[in-house]
Design a protein around this ligand. Structure first.
Ligand code: NAD
Length: 481
């Protein structure tokens, strides 16, 4: 099968005879497109192209880079509805969420277009007479990017934009399940005027293309987002390679949302239902552990159930859908497995958890809410990555904080309270990279750092001006005047 959507290598669209079908999870009869499956040889060619492009691109002027990134941003924003539709069709998040994500990608490119113009350095007096010291930042080199399926355009955008802004060349390996949005983004950037080879796209399997990227000696850095298991392999390969690669990992979460007795019940329910179940719970920042104080517990559970009754699970592209399907059969199987595990552990399923039939064949699952769970159960400790959440009842704030922090993950956390004292204490003491007060644990701004602690993240933060810690390397130069 020859795919119409090919890899981009050295500025040319190149395809082998191997292709895979991109299937719509809302309607498995709908083929979004056929996409080339790259080989290790394609990857090697892409790295060679990036290497050839690097000397000129890393010395291009901030204005040249600004113009390209700004032009790409303008096109993404002008086409946000169409790109959002493609995204929702291939990934299964609702159209509103898909358009929102495409918009975010456009905003990310606008932000990093500005960053091209803002990179400065420092001049520092030396401790030695007659010597001047300059501290500057330079591009790292060729950056390999490996991305997951749940944010098909935003994650490639927030990796590619800073990499290019600071003069790096890029080889992107997007998730096998959702190549369409990444392909569209790369097409926009190439037409915005990037020199050949500055940005390359090699679609295909992680074990083939991803592995070859990790092993290539000319790749200087790897930015990875995905599961903890793959992340560990990525880090190990980066350290084993010669020279070693700089590495940045964004991985899973088991994000706690604390609801205290003094919370505004309406706010808490909206925050919990949105954070746990919207985007089908397929967000690394989803609130999958709801930690609820005893005094509000029963009212909160009852109000969540009422709220969930009004949530529409259906085709992602249909008007009125609040939650789309699960991304594919294997993720659905994983969700169902964890629903069974939670039941077997003694959790009480108070809402959902069953497969749903809709007009078209798709992976529809009713959001599942468990009560009577403890923080020791597997449902509280392992990432499910679907519309499944469980409630742990606690007696007071101190126990809530202890339970929230009792996890190997540390991506985001949240608290619903009207107490300034507890909100302040929680912000200071929650062991997470991002903390939300009266807001869902998922849903962040594009101009500030994103990332976590403990098992969720490794290496410098992504996004905002902080992204330069990863995408630049510091040089200290001494001059005798
Ligand atoms: P995954 O780990 O299965 O795959 C991620 C990427 O790694 C894919 O492109 C895949 O092809 C590639 N890959 C797989 N094996 C590889 C190998 N041996 N060598 C190189 N590359 C390989 O993750 P997924 O299922 O696509 O995404 C879901 C996970 O991503 C969840 O755990 C979620 O929490 C996490 N995630 C984290 C963030 C964050 O910023 N922290 C954001 C989104 C998703």
């Amino acid at each position: 099968m020859n795919a119409p959507f090919k890899n981009l290598i050295a500025g040319e669209w190149a395809g082998g005879s191997n292709a895979s079908r991109n299937i719509n999870p809302s309607n498995t009869n709908d083929v979004v497109g056929e996409y080339t499956q790259g080989s290790a040889e394609d990857l090697n060619n892409a790295v060679a192209a990036a290497k050839a492009a690097f000397p000129a691109w890393s010395r291009s002027t901030p204005q040249e880079r600004y113009d390209i990134l700004k032009k790409a941003s303008d096109e993404i924003l002008a086409r946000k509805d169409e790109l959002g539709r493609l995204l929702s069709r291939e990934e299964g998040k609702t159209l509103a969420e898909g358009i929102g994500e495409a918009t975010r990608a456009g905003q990310v490119f606008a932000f990093f277009a500005g960053e091209c113009l803002r990179l400065g350095g420092e001049m520092v007096p030396s401790v030695r007479p007659g010597v001047g010291v300059e501290i500057t930042r330079e591009a790292v080199g060729i950056v390999g990017m490996i991305t997951p399926w749940n944010f098909p355009i935003a994650i490639p955008a927030w990796k590619i934009a800073p990499a290019l802004a600071w003069g790096n060349c890029v080889v992107l390996k997007p998730a096998d399940l959702v190549p369409g949005s990444a392909w569209a983004l790369v097409d926009i950037l190439q037409r915005a005027g990037l020199p050949k080879g500055a940005l390359n796209l090699v679609m295909g399997r992680g074990s083939v293309v991803g592995q070859a990227l990790l092993e290539h000696k000319d790749v200087s850095a790897i930015s990875f987002t995905g599961s903890v298991g793959t992340g560990r392999k990525v880090a190990a390969a980066c350290i084993a390679s010669n020279p070693m690669k700089k590495v940045q990992l964004e991985m899973g979460g088991k994000n706690p949302l604390v609801v205290l007795d003094d919370a505004d019940l309406k706010v808490a329910v909206e925050v919990a239902v949105n954070g746990a179940f919207f985007s089908t719970g397929q967000r690394c920042t989803a609130s999958s552990r709801l930690i609820v104080q005893a005094g509000i517990h029963d009212k909160f559970v009852e109000a969540c159930i009422e709220r969930l009754k009004s949530v529409v699970v259906d085709d992602a592209l249909k008007a009125g859908t609040h939650i789309g399907p699960v991304v594919d059969q294997s993720q659905l199987d994983q969700n169902l497995k964890y629903i069974q595990i939670a039941k077997d552990e003694g959790g009480k399923l108070v809402f959902g958890g069953e497969l749903l039939k809709r007009d078209t064949p798709g992976f529809y699952l009713a959001p599942a809410l468990f009560t009577e769970t403890t923080n020791a159960m597997r449902i509280s400790r392992e990432e499910v990555f679907g519309p499944v959440a469980n409630i742990v009842r606690v007696k007071d704030y101190d126990e809530a904080l202890a339970v929230a922090n009792d996890t190997e993950f540390g991506l985001s956390s949240g608290i619903c309270t009207t107490s300034l004292k507890h909100a302040t204490h929680f912000k200071r003491n929650s062991e997470a990279g991002m903390v939300m007060v009266n807001l869902p644990t998922a849903g962040v701004d594009y101009h500030v750092p994103f990332g976590g602690r403990k098992g969720s993240s490794y290496g410098p933060r992504e996004q905002g001006a902080y992204a330069k810690e990863f995408y630049t390397t510091v040089k200290t130069a001494y001059t005798l005047a």
